[in-house]
Design a protein around this ligand. Sequence first.
Ligand SMILES: Cc1cc2nc3c(=O)[nH]c(=O)nc-3n(C[C@H](O)[C@H](O)[C@H](O)COP(=O)(O)OP(=O)(O)OC[C@H]3O[C@@H](n4cnc5c(N)ncnc54)[C@H](O)[C@@H]3O)c2cc1C
Length: 411
Amino acid sequence: MTPWFDYPPQQWQQKHAIVLGAGIAGCQISWHLAALGWRVTVLESQSMISSQASGNLAGIISPLMSAKPSPTERFYLEAFAYTTKHLEQLIATGANIEWFDCGVLQLMHSERDKQRWRTLQSRNLNPELIECLDRQQASKVSGLNCDYPANYFPSAGFINPESWCKALIKAAACEVITGCKVSSMSYTDNDFWSIYDSAGDIITSAEVVVLSNGKNLNQFTQSGELHLSAVSGQTTTASTNPFSAHLKCAINHEGYITPSYQEKHVFGATFNREFEKICLDRRSDQQNLKQLADHIPELAESFETIESSHVSVRSASPDRLPYTGGLPDIGFYNKHYASLKDGNRNRRYPEAQYLTGLFTLGGLGSRGLTSSALCAKALSELIDNQPSTESLSLLKDLHPSRFLVRQLKRG
Ligand SMILES: Cc1cc2nc3c(=O)[nH]c(=O)nc-3n(C[C@H](O)[C@H](O)[C@H](O)COP(=O)(O)OP(=O)(O)OC[C@H]3O[C@@H](n4cnc5c(N)ncnc54)[C@H](O)[C@@H]3O)c2cc1C
């Protein structure tokens, strides 16, 4: 029905992949490929892994619920269930991951939120997933006075992404080359991808390459058509004090705050679409404090001093869902699917063609900690030629060509 989203099976001579970028996307795909018997080489431009968007001291892992069931809600529910189970399994094997399933309380502060809260309440959802609490119940669960009703996700929580990335890389036993900035790549006669540095020297080669290089995802000729928007974000910390120590779970309002972690609370984050450079600034900390004061005033007032924590860029696709899959042969799409604009859906179209061996996992936006593991599972199964029915359906929704196909349909 949708040949433009189908994937032909591919033959590999060696199961060796190069993963470009060692944030949570790169570390997840490395682990998932290694679990299927692949050898993985990770190339990271920075001197350490997990230092860019995935370099926050603590981020939230939680489902995203809309008032009524929606494809986005379904995606994040599946991703949340998979991620938390995967974390449990990794930790059970001794992985040193700083994951705290302390629960997440989502304050319903606006009129629209309150309407959503009422609709969610009427859906009678599983209380192990979500409980719709009134103000008193929310105050009891959080340990602090809450001025709003709230949705509570008891199995959600917060994580230190660096510990997670390190544990994934260690468990995958893959080679990691840091301080290695990739400038270009080319497909060679012997069906391999060669990867080059800025001097034009070859770094390494393999038959499969996965682009998981965050905000630079579309830096290459082969990936230049991927639409991405960039929003910078800064988090702030404040030392734990006797009052703030009562906070028992993470709280989402317009931003978020964690319970005490490493003797501090992490809160924020800012959303800045018009940034010139990516650097920590005091104004962003003041914005984070004000946002906290607007929603949980007693907590904000209890902080004597605040400190800048981390700043980076979130990159998102236009529909805020990740890109997961093979990179298309744009010429083939433009030639063979151009007549989609005539609305002739009954015509027989050929199966899609791709840049052999080139895949991507990116555009994770502001929820990559929740979504990356499920995307990596589906992508690794695709690369390994054994996608499950669920993964195939997910790969259609997250197809890197979905905006190109929409454009072709519109002519
Ligand atoms: C302030 C802030 C708060 C956030 N809070 C949350 C949260 O609470 N919950 C949540 O789910 N998500 C949160 N997010 C979003 C989440 O952090 C991102 O979705 C996720 O980290 C993206 O991971 P990534 O691997 O795609 O990108 P990155 O972590 O940026 O990794 C990409 C890597 O590629 C490397 N790279 C780039 N170009 C090259 C190149 N040419 N050669 C070699 N290497 C290259 C980079 O150095 C980088 O290490 C937050 C983001 C920010 C900025």
